[in-house]
Design a protein around this ligand. Structure first.
Ligand code: BES
Ligand code: ZN
Length: 631
């Protein structure tokens, strides 16, 4: 698959002629001056050559200019003769793309099919995008430094040398030595603390490189279920436990009922520092989440259900290339909403799905429907960073396509059974949409016979390869009972002269968070409202304008900016100071930059104050919005 690194460039479904049987990481983490640190590592790759002669005597791995390699060596076969320190090999780092480099290692001779090779690489990870070092001020507790890694999509090549493509799966293990007073956790099946502050991890199922993740910090844990605990800094652990105590297991049980066994053993959740750039990241056994989820009322559990759903879609059945990211995210959105329907009911789930559809609408309005990224199968040219293609399409158009497949089947339990069979068929593999759709037609031969893949206007090929609004939208009308009152109230607030009697007759105090979110999306769509209305709205609903819930704060800030309500600019600033999630940060900078002079000034002022605490990728995207970066 071109454009995703040397490992991928050679052949899509393997690491060139190699398969990686196991990766072992020997890591030593230390914290230096404020905000910096050191990660010294040795990676041991246990490789098997699959094809004679292919690739010559050279092995190429994905790496990063920030990864300083001091030595590569070939270890003698276990138990055999030879120097235990191994035979040093020539190694050279060559430029590859803006997001990484290629490590060329010369082997003594071209390997033969079936040959096993153990390679060790000594390195130090510097200031790369995959390894994030936080100063004490950037943590919740403000006492101790913190480090975390974020691999998806192509960042782990700056954490360890590897085949950094989702098409290669392998088991891994690690030992991590940390300073006194720190704890290490990883996305692994087992976790053990040994003497000398050394932690030992083992992931016993094959996973792609992007799912390896590490945190070293002042963190503690609390049980919230029979196979689940929450991890957080000590000052957040009570809140974390309260938010999720006794609720995770139900999500897992429903997921298992729908999609088959949960194969990962534990399901733990780690609450990250506020600058974590995502709502959640599905690192196996240990989901990483933004602390914004600590809303106090469990209202943002959909993110947890989403990450749990990746346990089947993404982590078990994985997209073979980032151009088919919808296989991960579209199926996960569908699975998330299936679990949500079972747990919270159809009306609520349709309401949540409607807010998702609004995000897709906003995205397509902003880019134009015909934008090449608005198709499910994206062409990622060589050298293009897959992260730069990130948008709502794989999530919400992907959700529509999976819903369309369910609609073709016409029976929910039959479609659920198909999903379970699909997971079972492709578990521990990396696949393309052709595999998925081929299996669908094979599983439902009567649909294949009817030619459902080529119904005019709804051709599978059109779904995959044509940009634009989804040709089929699932029916969200069961959510009407929750959506209608919000739509009507938004209408009232958009009027030129406000009918306060009608407005005051609506009591929003009992509304759930997503109902308020939906209401605010409606207001945003109708904005700018007639002069004075938003000010009045703000005063009338402190539950909204003074909300602590991040989803509400985001919408309120967007409304403030679209209506140029300078009196509440400070809320935008405070929100951007309080967290660094990409999906909150970028829309607000886009809105500020597209607004008044005062809004632009607010953007500049806020960015110069908060830039150091943002993830480097998010920093760069904001710079682009503000015209501060080279093209
Ligand atoms: N896997 C993604 C996060 C991700 C995507 C990280 C691409 C890096 C590159 C995760 O599962 C996700 O989609 N998170 C969403 C949650 C939401 C859809 C419920 C998020 O962070 O907003
Ligand atoms: Zn996801």
């Amino acid at each position: 698959q071109p454009g995703q690194g040397p490992g991928a460039a050679v052949a899509p479904l393997s690491a060139g002629p190699w398969s990686l049987l196991h990766l072992h990481l020997d890591l030593r983490v230390s914290f230096a001056a404020a905000g910096a640190g050191r990660l010294q590592g040795r990676a041991r790759l246990e490789l098997r050559c699959e094809r004679d002669g292919a690739g010559g005597a050279e092995l190429r791995l994905d790496a990063h200019p920030a990864l300083a390699v001091s030595r590569a060596a070939l270890l003698p076969p276990p138990g055999g003769p030879g120097d235990a320190a191994g035979q040093t090999l020539p190694v050279e780092s060559r430029p590859f793309a803006s997001y990484g480099s290629a490590l060329h290692i010369t082997l003594p001779q071209a390997p033969r099919a079936g040959q096993l090779l153990t390679l060790v690489i000594d390195y130090e990870a510097g200031e790369g995008p995959g390894v994030c070092w936080l100063s004490p001020e950037q943590t919740a507790g403000k006492q101790k430094p913190y480090m975390y890694t974020q691999g998806q999509a192509v960042l782990n090549r700056s954490f360890f040398p590897c085949f950094d493509t989702p098409s290669v799966k392998f088991t891994y293990s690690a030992t991590v030595k940390v300073p006194e007073g720190f704890t290490a956790v990883m996305s692994a099946t087992s976790w053990e603390k040994q003497k000398d502050n050394t932690f030992v991890f083992k992931m016993s199922q094959p996973i792609p490189s992007y799912l390896i993740a590490l945190v070293v910090g002042d963190i503690v844990s609390a049980d919230v279920g029979p196979r689940s605990r929450v991890w957080a800094e000590p000052c957040l652990i009570e809140a974390a436990k309260k938010e999720y105590d006794g609720v995770i297991e139900e999500f897992l049980v429903v997921g298992e009922k729908l999609f088959g066994p949960y194969v990962w053993g534990r399901y733990d959740i780690l609450f990250m520092p506020p600058s974590f750039p995502f709502g959640g990241m599905e690192n196996p056994c240990l989901t990483f989440v933004t602390p914004c989820l600590l809303a106090g009322d469990r209202s943002l559990a959909d993110v947890i259900i989403h990450e749990i759903s990746h346990s089947w879609f993404g982590n078990l059945v994985t997209n073979a290339s980032w151009g088919e990211f919808w296989l991960n995210e579209g199926f996960t959105m569908y699975a998330q909403r299936r679990i949500s329907t079972e747990v919270y009911g159809l009306p609520y789930t349709c309401l949540e799905a409607a807010t998702g559809r609004a995000l897709l609408r906003q995205h397509m309005d902003a880019t134009g429907e015909d934008h090449p990224l608005n198709k499910l199968r994206v062409v990622i040219e060589p050298g293009i960073n897959p992260d730069d293609t990130y948008n709502e399409t794989p999530y919400e158009k992907g959700y529509c396509f999976v819903s369309y497949l369910a609609h073709l089947v016409g029976n929910q339990s039959k479609f659920d059974a198909f999903l379970q069979a699909y997971v079972n068929r492709f578990k521990f593999q990396s696949i393309t949409a052709d595999d998925t759709l081929g299996f669908f037609l094979e599983y439902f031969p009567e649909l294949k016979e009817k030619g459902v893949d080529s119904i005019p206007g709804f051709e599978f090929d059109r779904w995959l390869n044509t940009p634009g609004w989804p040709p089929y939208l699932p029916d969200l009308s069961p959510g009407q009972q929750l959506m209608r009152p919000a739509e009507e109230l938004a209408e009232l607030w958009a009027a030129d002269s406000l009918n306060m009697e009608a407005i005051e007759a609506v009591d929003i105090m009992g509304w759930r968070t997503y109902q308020l979110v939906y209401f605010l999306d409606q207001i945003l769509q109708k904005s700018p409202l007639p002069e004075g209305n938003v000010k009045r709205l703000s005063k009338m609903y402190p539950k909204i304008s003074k909300a602590q819930n991040a989803e509400l704060r985001l919408r309120w800030c967007q409304i403030v900016l679209k209506n140029n309500l300078e009196a509440e600019y400070s809320k935008v600033k405070d929100f951007l100071h309080s967290q660094g999630k990409q999906k909150y940060t970028l829309p607000l900078y886009r809105a500020m930059w597209g607004g008044s002079e005062a809004a632009r000034a607010l953007a500049m002022e806020t960015f110069s104050a908060t830039a150091p605490q943002l993830h480097v990728n998010v920093q760069n995207y904001v710079k682009k919005i503000l015209g501060l970066a080279e093209a």
